[in-house]
Write a protein that binds this ligand. Structure first.
Ligand code: DHB
Ligand code: FE
Length: 280
């Protein structure tokens, strides 16, 4: 039987990719950011998943205002790297797991989640930056990835509670897949960030720290958080944090926090990274 053994959250700020790809990871500005993932790189090398269900948002690379799925799932065997205007990043293509992805699509849809099925999907920084932070620059990514794009770009995004419920449905789907697979669920994006307007650069460390605390110990409180509170407290793009609740819902009621890293500034944002292990 497949089982979910860990949850990971990570920033996906594109400047991280630019720093890495241009060989600036050891610059004074970037060194502490990459060093914050040293523990996680060692941990994941010892606990390598067969598949990562990677919850992220597309940034008008694969989708546009013409097509805005709220929840979607990549069911292909391979996903190419998106060209975001500067050319595609020089990273390996992403290998999917079509059998598990189709199983999750079927299970969640029959569980009354209206997932959009995607058979061709180019993946942007939302998905590739977390891979770089966790795996560096391998010849090929060391795990299969099932992309789960969530709309947090065009109002209205799904509620945090709906994201949590989707995570629970993903858990039921994974646990009913007959193959013996070690599966991680990653939530990406966040934390405090406001990229435009008079509040650009807003950082609310108190909000972010409380969010990280509650992610481990009191997700019920986070499920109730309305959109306006994310936006008011931590900036308009902090709405990306609802994606972390898909990850948290997939882990079950009780979790143990294995590792945490929080760093400001990362470009215009606060970077939050946490590794959780289900205990129930
Ligand atoms: C930026 C873009 C993002 O998608 C994000 O999540 C954070 C920062 C940026 O352009 O700086
Ligand atoms: Fe983003």
């Amino acid at each position: 039987m497949a089982r979910i053994t860990a949850g990971v959250t990570s920033s996906h700020v594109p400047a991280i990719a630019a720093a890495w790809d241009q060989g600036r990871a050891d610059d004074d500005y970037w060194r502490p950011i990459f060093a914050g993932f040293d523990w996680s790189k060692k941990w994941i090398a010892r606990n390598m998943p067969d598949v990562v269900i990677l919850v992220y948002n597309d940034h008008a690379s694969a989708f546009s205002l013409e097509l805005i799925p709220t929840f979607a799932i990549g069911c292909a065997d391979r996903f190419e790297i998106a060209d975001e205007g500067y050319g595609p990043r020089p990273v390996p293509p992403v290998e999917g797991h079509a059998d598990l992805a189709w199983h999750i699509a079927q299970s969640t849809i029959l569980d009354e989640f209206d997932m959009t099925i995607i058979n061709k999907l180019d993946v942007d920084h939302g998905l590739t930056v977390p891979l770089t932070l966790m795996f560096g620059q391998p010849e090929a990514w060391p795990t299969r990835i099932i992309p789960v794009p969530v709309n947090v770009v065009q109002y209205p995004p799904p509620t945090g509670n709906r994201c949590y419920l989707l995570g629970q449905a993903i858990r039921r789907a994974v646990e009913s897949f007959p193959e013996n697979l070690n599966v991680h669920v990653w939530g990406t994006g966040g934390m405090s960030h406001q990229l435009q307007g008079p509040r650009a650069g807003l950082i609310n460390t108190e909000f972010d720290t409380a969010f990280l605390d509650r992610l481990t110990t009191n997700p019920e409180a986070l499920r109730k958080l309305p959109h306006v509170e994310y936006v008011r407290e931590a900036g308009s793009e902090a709405i990306e944090l609802v994606m972390w609740l898909v990850m948290r819902g997939a882990l079950g009621e009780h979790v143990r926090e294995l590792y945490r890293f929080y760093h400001v500034p990362t470009s215009n944002t606060a970077l939050g990274h946490i590794v959780l292990e289900p205990t129930s």
